[in-house]
Structure formats: C-alpha cells, structure tokens
Design a protein. Structure first.
Length: 269
C-alpha cells in the first residue's frame, strides 16, 4: 500500500465517511481512480451503477477487507487506512484497523450466519467477545433487536430453520448489536426470493428513520434507493459521475450515462 506522501490535514470531524483521492488497483486493473466523497453523520447514501464500477470495493475498503493503493479513508475523526506515527501519516497497522473498524457494521449479500448457533447466540457472540458485554446485557439487547426486526418468536431457531428473508433480518440484527456508527449494506436483497424482499427493506427503512446510524448502501433496488436515501451517487468506471438528491437523480439526471443505466435497470424491473 502506498503511504500518503503529503498528509495535508488532520481528519475532518464533521463528516462520518471521507474518501480523499482513493486509488484501488487489482493488478493492472484500476478499480477506483482518485475517488473523493464525503458522507455526513446520519446520512443515508446509496451507490448505484453497473456491475464492476467499484461500488462493492468501496464497502470492502471500509471493512478493511481490502487496502487502498493511494489516498486516505476517514471514519469520523479517525483515519482508517492510515495512522499517525512520528508526526507523519503512514499505512495503518492491524491494531489501528481493528480499533476503527469497530465503528462499522456490514450486512452482506449472503447472510453469513453461524449454522451451528441458534439465532440468539448468532447475535450475542460478537458483543460478548469483542465489546466485552455481559451475557445478560448482550441477550437483552438481542431480544430487543429481534423484536425490531419482527423475529422474537425465532430466538431459539437455527438458521437452517429460517427463510432467506428471516436470515437476512437476523443478520441485520447481528450487525446492529455491535452498535455501529456506520452500517454498510451490500446488495442485501440480491439473494432473496422476490416475495421476501419487501420485508427486509421495510426493516432497513425503519432503522434508517429511527436511528442516527450513517448508511452507505449498494443496491439495485431503485425504488428503495429513491424512498430512503438522502443522496444517491452514480458510479461508472471507478468514478462518481453524478451525486444528487434521489428525486433529482431519478427524474432528471444530468449525465447521459446515468440516464442509460436507469433506463436499463428500470426496464428490467
């Protein structure tokens, strides 16, 4: 990973997510090109665009599943990709990455539940082990979250006994149990049968409306993006080509590539 040769500023504290000239390469393939954007605390920002445009790579960088090749990433008042050492900004070590990553939760396309654990333990395992919560505290929070996602009656079920939509709602509860400041959503309905999508999206809509969590969402559910987002960013070839309020972007986009993409996606819906 390249270090930032000219660290220009301390982290900016009035944003929750900040990408500053981020570059990400896989071999000779440049996936993100000098990408810069900001997300304010409590904002719900959705990323749309064709497959391969770099959307999921952004989430993977925030989850530290990938490392930047250039530029910096900030979460709140802390750098994620870098840390200060002897007055200079250098690539972050694992300890620093783990510390900042605790502020971030992610819900994946696949539910990634532990098949050998019941629903309650799936939700309480990480808060007990990572956050140091007592079992009683973790279980009380888990029961509250299961009520929020409409699954109080499934507390003793194993994942194999749940529908895909129910498993995804457990995964959402599990992410929330870690008390994240930022929640990343990666095509969370793409593995679901169509009739199960509405229930999961309704849960996410309620969370967005009733918490101050900052959301960064990758989705092909255009109606959901339009209904819930504060802003929508259109990606193409590793760049943001349009960033606007949903009503503007979906009804009167400025960029021809955005119009082409929306026409293709909405025609398939």
């Amino acid at each position: 990973m390249d270090s930032q040769s000219n660290p220009s500023t301390r982290p900016v504290s009035d944003v929750m997510i900040r990408f500053d000239r981020v570059v990400k390469k896989f071999g000779d393939n440049v996936v993100l090109r000098d990408l810069s954007f900001e997300v304010e605390p409590g904002e719900f920002v959705t990323l749309i665009g064709p497959s391969g445009s770099g959307k999921t790579t952004i989430l993977r960088l925030l989850m530290t599943l990938e490392r930047v090749n250039g530029g910096t990433i900030q979460v709140g008042e802390e750098y994620l990709s870098h840390m200060e050492k002897n007055g200079k900004l250098v690539p972050a070590d694992e300890k620093h990455l783990r510390k900042v990553r605790r502020r971030i939760g992610m819900v994946f396309q696949q539910f990634n539940l532990f098949p050998n654990m019941k629903v309650l333990q799936n939700i309480t395992e990480a808060p007990i082990r990572v956050l140091g919560q007592s079992r009683d505290e973790a279980e009380e929070k888990a029961r509250s979250l299961l009520e929020m996602v409409g699954l109080s009656d499934k507390i003793d079920a194993h994942p194999s006994q749940l529908s895909g939509g129910q498993q995804q709602r457990v995964a959402i509860a599990r992410a929330l149990a870690m008390e994240p400041e930022v929640l990343l959503l990666d095509e969370v309905t793409s593995a679901l049968d169509p009739e199960l999508v509405a229930g999961v999206l309704a849960v996410l809509r309620e969370i967005a409306e009733t918490t101050d969590i900052t959301f960064l969402c990758v989705t092909h559910e255009m109606q959901f993006a339009r209904d819930v987002s504060d802003r929508v960013m259109m990606f193409d070839r590793g760049q943001i080509i349009e960033d606007a309020k949903p009503d503007k972007l979906f009804t009167d986009p400025d960029h021809e590539r955005t119009r082409e993409f929306l026409h293709a996606v909405l025609d398939r819906a």
